[in-house]
Design a protein around this ligand. Structure first.
Ligand code: PMP
Ligand code: GLU
Length: 398
């Protein structure tokens, strides 16, 4: 079978690969704890499930408008008003099969072959490969833990060329858990105001899993003068524990929404009608479950960061949100014979501690590992104690 050349430029998603490998090992009877998965370990709110059942029973089982039902678009408009003080009209919103599809179709609609896309790293594994798939060139800008993994306007300025078309932001971040403040966004906005050819994709999918010092801020609220070239990406996967329902959206320029609707009309058509009904109910319903989930993630975060920093060879910064810890294992990597990088380190932990984590390399951050704490406290405690014991032993032997 001869495959298209574009396939040679991309790899399978590392996050999904680790989750699949942990599940496989467990199914084969191995004692493995998976901290790879990036999805909340909570149930979908009852109101969403009930709305889905009602949708099935009352015949909402047919094609919907390609870009989403009027009901769901209205719920998204209300959400943007309520949470972000932003006003959008239905023509500026497209509902897709997960935020992932919204991002992909946005890139497909915006990027010509050879166009450059600024991707601050560490970034979610899918950004650079999505850019490559549509023929663009991801320009990775590295921000290390000394700058809290956040890119500066100076770094951006140096990387901008006449071919730069888009900047991909994600706050709170997967994998680092860091969030940009209003002032940081405004400094970036000031720079971008001088470069009108650059759009801004602001992935806000972890908006509600957030406990930073300042209230969460959407890029479009921080930089209202850039609203018309900002693409807000969000969805129900994380806030409402609805990863399997596959509903995400983009709010952005009407011309781009029209282009993405054309792409969806020739590829997937509408996202699932039943999932759309459930997503509307989740967005319109009581938001208590969102806050309860956030509080539980914060509790785990506080415990986990402290516990990780007690492990020899490991150091970890506290996060503003999301549900990932992103510790540096640099010292452990240097100390353990046969372990030369984070990919080896992840393999070593699987073999010696039975823990599955995602290496930092696919996120553009060698030396780090990503641990998802979308797992119960009991599971986290067991996992950390295994990592602690294995590393203590290895470092004593080294
Ligand atoms: N953006 C980021 C940063 C993510 O971590 C994820 C997680 N899957 C997504 C987008 C996509 O979310 P979904 O397609 O489930 O809506
Ligand atoms: N975003 C999650 C993660 O990073 C889900 C998996 C994926 O779509 O990459 O683990």
């Amino acid at each position: 079978m001869r495959l298209a050349e574009r396939l040679q430029q991309i790899k399978p998603s590392a996050t999904l690969a680790v989750a699949a490998r942990a599940a496989e090992l467990k199914a084969a009877g191995e004692d493995v704890i998976g901290l790879g998965t990036g999805e909340p370990d909570f149930p979908t709110p009852e109101t969403a499930c009930e709305a889905a059942i009602a949708a099935m029973q009352n015949g909402q089982t047919k094609y919907t408008a390609v870009d989403g039902t009027a009901e769901l678009k209205q719920a998204i408009i209300e959400k943007l008003k309520r949470d972000n003080a932003l006003l959008y009209s239905p023509g500026e919103i497209i509902v897709s099969t997960g935020a992932k599809q919204a991002l992909f179709n946005m890139l497909l609609a915006l990027i010509n072959p050879g166009d450059e896309v600024l991707v601050p790293t560490p970034s979610w594994v899918s950004y650079p490969d999505m850019v490559r798939l549509v023929g663009g060139i991801p320009i990775e800008l590295h921000a290390d833990d000394r700058q809290n993994f956040k890119v500066t306007p100076e770094q951006l300025e140096q990387a901008i060329t006449p071919k730069t078309r888009l900047l991909m932001l994600n706050s709170p971040s997967n994998p680092t858990g860091m969030a940009y403040s209003k002032a940081e966004y405004q400094a970036i906005g000031e720079l971008l105001a001088r470069h009108p050819q650059i759009g801004i994709s602001s992935d806000e999918i972890y908006e509600h899993i957030y406990w930073g010092k300042e209230p969460f801020i959407s890029f479009a609220s921080a930089c209202p003068e850039l609203r018309d070239r900002t693409m807000i990406i969000n969805g129900v996967s994380k806030a409402y524990a609805m990863t399997g329902w596959r509903i995400g959206f983009m709010a952005g320029p009407e011309a781009l929404v029209t282009a993405m609707r054309k792409i969806q009309s020739q590829s997937t058509s509408n996202p699932s009608s039943i999932s759309q009904a459930a997503a509307a109910a989740a967005l319109n319903g009581n938001q208590d479950s969102v806050f309860e989930m956030r509080d539980e993630f914060k509790r785990r975060h506080d415990w986990l960061i402290d516990a990780l920093n007690r492990i020899p060879g490991v150091s970890c910064k506290p996060c503003d949100g999301a549900f990932y810890a992103f510790p540096s294992f640099a010292e452990a990597i240097i100390a353990i014979p046969g372990v030369d990088n984070d990919l080896d380190m992840a393999e070593w932990l699987l073999e010696h501690a039975g823990i599955a984590v995602v290496p930092g390399n696919p996120f553009g951050a060698p030396g780090h590992l990503r641990l998802s704490y979308a797992a119960s406290m009991e599971v986290l405690q067991a996992a950390v104690s295994r990592i602690h014991n294995a590393l203590q032993q290895a470092l004593a032997d080294a």
